[in-house]
Design a protein around this ligand. Sequence first.
Ligand code: NAP
Length: 493
Amino acid sequence: MNSNKQNTALNFAIIGGGMAGILSAIKLKEAGFTNFTLFEKAESLGGTWRENAYPGIACDVPSHLYCYSFEQNPDWSYACSPGKEILSYFQNVAKKYGVLEHVKFGTEVSKLQFDNEQWQLETRTGDKIEEKESFDFVISASGVLHHPSYPDIAGLDTFKGQQVHSARWDDTIDLKGKRVGIIGTGSSAIQIVGALAGKVGHLVQFQRTAQWIMPRENPAYTDAEKQHFRDNPQAMAAIRQEQVEMAEGGFSAAVVGDNPDALKEIGRLTLENLEGNVKDPVLREKLRPSYTAACKRLIISDNYYKAIQHRDTELVTTSIEAVEPAGVRTTDGELHELDVLILATGFKVDQFMRPMEVVGRNGVTLEQAWSERPSAYLSVSVPQFPNLALLNGPNGPVGNFSLIDVADIQLDYFMKMVEWVREGDCSAFSAKSQAAESNEAERVEATKKTVWVSGCDSWYLDDRGIPAVWPWSMARFRSVMEKPNKADFELVV
Ligand code: NAP
C-alpha cells in the first residue's frame, strides 16, 4: 500500500481520435502522464466531424461553447460554425498540444482483454492483426453517434442511382441538376435540406415524423469581433459562460422536468416559428408535429422552413412502400423518380465500444454484461471491467448542449480514480454491480418526469421505450461527478 508510482510507470490506451480522444490525450499530458497511445482507425483525427461531411453540416451548439474550455477560438466564422471549421479546430488543437506523436493511425482496436491486472489490446491494421500491447488503463472515446443506421425499407439496394448515408458522405457525388431524395427529418436531414434547396434539380424530402424547429440567428463574426476576441480572451469565456447558463438553466432543466416554464417557452417559440414562417396552410399542417416540442432532440435551424418552401423542393408525408431501381415508391402508388437518394436515417446508438470484443474480469464479456442493453455506473464505469473509462457512454447527458463538457467532466472523474492507483491505494477499480444497479434503478425512475416520454419516438429511447439518457440536471451531473465515491467501487489492492 501507498507505494506511489511515477506517472511514467502507468500507461494508457485511448480508443478513438475524435473530440473526446483528443481531449483525453491533452489531459493525460497535462497531468504528467506521457506513456499513452491513441488508437485511431482512420487516417486522420476528428471523429464525428471527419465522418459527417454532408452538405450543410454544422454544429447547432454555439461555437464558443462547442470547443475546449482551455482552447477558445477567436476565429470562429459564425455563432454556430460549419462542420469543416470544427474539424480543422480539433485537428489544429491536436497538433498544438502534441497529440499527434501519440497516435497510431489506421489502427483499429479489435479486442481488449483484462488479464494479469492489465488490459491486453489487440489491434488490426487493414486485415493484419498486430502484436498485443498491454495497458494499465483504457479510455474509450469511440463516440455515441458513430454507427450509421440504415432503414429497413424493401428494395433499398435495388436503387440504380447513387445512394449515400448522411454520415458516410461521398464528395464525388455530383448533385447539380439532379433529382435528389432524402429520407429523414432529424438534425442531419434538416441541415442537408437547408443546404441543397435550390441547388439541385429537384429535392424531395420523405418525412415520417414532423419536427418542431427552434429558430435561431446565426450571424457571421466580423473581423473586428474576431480581433476583439483575440485581444480579450475573457470575452469568449464570458460568451461561453452565458451559453452554459442558458443551456443548463433553460433547455436542459426544461427537458428533465425541472423548468416547466422553459419547456412552455420552447413550445411557444417553435409554434410561432411554424405559424409565422410557413405560408401554405397545407404544407404547414404537414410540418406540424403532434407531440410536445423537445420530446425528440430539438432541431435548431434558421433556413429549413425557407428551404422546404423553395419551388424546387417537395415534402412527401405519405409512407414509403419501397425503394425501386428508379426511385422511391410511396404507399399511394406514386413513384418519386430520383438520381440520388440520401439516407439521413440516424445512428445505431446502443453500440458504444462495439464491435470491439471486450473481455473483463473472470472472462465476462461486454456482450454478456450488456446482453439486455448497454449500461454503466454513472455512464463511465462497467462492473467487472476495471480501469476502463467510457466517455459519453451509456445513459449519460445528451441533448442540445456540448458533449465536450460532458466528456471533460467524465475524464476528470476517471483521473481522480487513476490517482488512487498512482498513490498505491489500489491497482484496479471498477464500479460495484450493486452500486451500478441501484444507480440505474434510480435513473430509470427519474426518466418518468422527462419530456422524452411525453409521447414521441426518438433515438433517446431504448428498446423498452425508456430514455437512455441522464434524466437530471447538468448541475446534478457536475456535482455527482465532482468526486468518485470509493464505497461504490471494487478496489483490487
Ligand atoms: P435522427 O435524429 O435519428 O433522425 C433519423 C431520421 O430518419 C428521422 O427523421 C427518422 O424518422 C428517419 N427514419 C429512420 N428510418 C426511417 C424509415 N425507415 N423510413 C422513414 N424515415 C426513417 O438522425 P440524425 O438526423 O442523423 O441525427 C442524430 C443526432 O445527431 C441528432 O439528434 C443530434 O444529436 C446529432 N446531430 C447534431 C447536429 C448538430 O448540429 N449538433 C447535427 C446533426 C446531427 P422518425 O423521426 O419517424 O423516426
